[in-house]
Design a binder for this molecule. Structure first.
Ligand code: RTP
Ligand code: MG
Length: 143
C-alpha cells in the first residue's frame, strides 16, 4: 500500500456540535496523520468552486448554502491507503446507511448535513488539497 494524502473537511454541523476533537481522534486512531489544518468560514464562491462537479445536481444550491452556514475545519491527512481508509471511517454519504461506529453514523443527522467530506480518488485528492493549501502550508516532509 502506498502512502497517500487526502483532503478532509469537518463540515459546519459537526463544528457546531463541538466534536472537532472527537473527529480528529478518529483520524489519529486510524493511523491518519494531520499534516495541514485550518479553520475557516467559506465564501459562496469557495464552496461553489469546491463542489463544482455537482453544480448541475438538484442538491447543489442547498449543499453550498449548508457549507457556508458556519465555520469548517479543513485538513490534509496522510497515511497508508489514506484516501480509502478515510472514506471507510467517514461512513456512507447518508448517515442512515452508514455503518455503526463511523463518523457519519455517530455525528451526522442527514444526507444534507453529514459532518465530514473526504476526497474520493487520488486525482481528486490532489486537486482538492491544492484548492485549499499552498505547498508551503503542508508539513515539510510531505511537500
Ligand atoms: P462529500 O463529497 O461531501 O465527501 O460526500 P460524498 O462523496 O459522500 O457524496 P457526494 O456524492 O460527493 O455528494 C456531495 C455532498 O452532496 C450531498 N448530497 N446530497 N440529496 C442527495 O441525494 C445528495 N447526494 C449528495 C451530501 O451532503 C454529500 O456529502
Ligand atoms: Mg464527494
Amino acid at each position: 500500500m502506498a502512502v497517500e494524502r487526502t483532503l478532509s473537511i469537518i463540515k459546519p454541523d459537526a463544528v457546531s456540535k463541538n466534536v472537532i476533537g472527537q473527529i480528529y481522534t478518529r483520524f489519529e486512531q486510524a493511523g491518519l496523520k494531520i499534516v495541514a489544518s485550518r479553520m475557516t468560514h467559506l465564501t459562496e464562491k469557495e464552496a461553489g468552486g469546491f463542489y463544482a462537479v455537482h453544480s448541475h445536481r438538484p442538491f447543489f444550491k442547498d449543499l453550498v448554502s449548508f457549507m457556508i452556514s458556519g465555520p469548517v475545519v479543513i485538513q490534509v491527512l496522510e497515511g497508508e491507503d489514506a484516501i480509502a481508509k478515510h472514506r471507510d471511517i467517514m461512513g456512507a454519504t447518508d448517515p442512515k446507511k452508514a455503518a455503526p461506529g463511523t463518523i457519519r453514523a455517530d455525528f451526522a443527522d442527514s444526507i444534507d448535513e453529514n459532518a465530514v467530506h473526504g476526497s474520493d480518488s487520488a486525482e481528486n485528492a490532489a486537486v482538492e488539497i491544492a484548492y485549499f493549501f499552498r505547498a508551503t502550508e503542508l508539513s515539510p516532509r510531505t511537500r
